[in-house]
Design a protein around this ligand. Structure first.
Ligand SMILES: C[S@@+](CC[C@H](N)C(=O)[O-])C[C@H]1O[C@@H](n2cnc3c(N)ncnc32)[C@H](O)[C@@H]1O
Length: 212
């Protein structure tokens, strides 16, 4: 996927008070950093950030961290945050592969929302549900492992159900059409999700748990 480049995006992002510019410093200290022992939920590839910002507004007793490696994508989140004062939200501009350098066993839930599906077999290792990523998540989950995934991409969804189940995750909830499910699932839409929802495309959803 290609994204627009915004001039001075790096400066705009790094000067935002919500952005943690030296996240490695806080490994094993995130509770101290947030100033409470509330659970920590992380979104990988948060893009423009609507989801993580609204989650932080809706659930003040949860600490949220949004990770995104394209600074031009984060500029919109930075802009949206200007008029807000959220104590339970931090953003990090880095590659998701750095997760274990930034966190010890501190994370309760990881959100994988409309991640790039990397459909070519040669790119399989870049998929956020590739086994190498599942191993990476093992290093940062507190005790139980909990992944919530949403996507519009059927192939990526099928692939993810397979890798997660091979890795002993159990599916707490699965939906093949999140917005029209018979048993409604509490949901906050992401930027991409809003677009796909308006286009009438089904959204695939899985809430996967491994109890340690
Ligand atoms: C399709 S967008 C989805 C954005 C957002 N989650 C949403 O649903 O609106 C995927 C995002 O993941 C980011 N991304 C992809 N690979 C990444 C990686 N390894 N580390 C951090 N961000 C990544 C991309 O830059 C992009 O912003």
């Amino acid at each position: 996927m290609e994204y627009n480049v915004i001039k001075n995006a790096d400066k705009i992002v790094s000067s935002c008070p919500y952005v943690v510019n030296d996240p490695i410093k806080y490994k094993n200290k995130w509770s101290d950093f947030f100033g409470n022992k509330n659970p920590i939920y992380v979104e990988l590839g948060m893009g423009r950030g609507d989801f993580i910002i609204n989650m932080a507004k809706t659930y003040p007793m949860i600490n949220f961290v949004g990770i995104e490696y394209i600074d031009s994508q984060m500029v919109m989140a930075v802009d949206r945050l200007k008029s807000l004062n959220l104590k339970n939200l931090k953003l990090i501009n880095c590659d998701a592969r750095m997760l274990d350098q930034i966190f010890g066993k501190e994370i309760d839930t990881i959100y994988l929302t409309f991640c790039d599906p990397w459909p070519k077999p040669i790119d399989e290792k870049k998929r956020f549900t590739h086994e190498s990523y599942l191993r990476l998540y093992d290093k940062v989950f507190k005790k139980n492992k909990h992944i919530i995934l949403k996507t519009d991409n059927k192939g990526f969804f099928a692939y993810s159900l397979e890798t997660l189940s091979k890795y002993w995750y159990v599916f707490h909830r699965v939906s093949l059409d999140l917005h029209h499910d018979e048993n409604p699932i509490k949901n906050i839409m992401t930027d991409f999700e809003k677009k796909y929802f308006e286009e009438g495309r089904p959204i695939y959803y899985v809430d996967a748990i491994f109890e340690g």
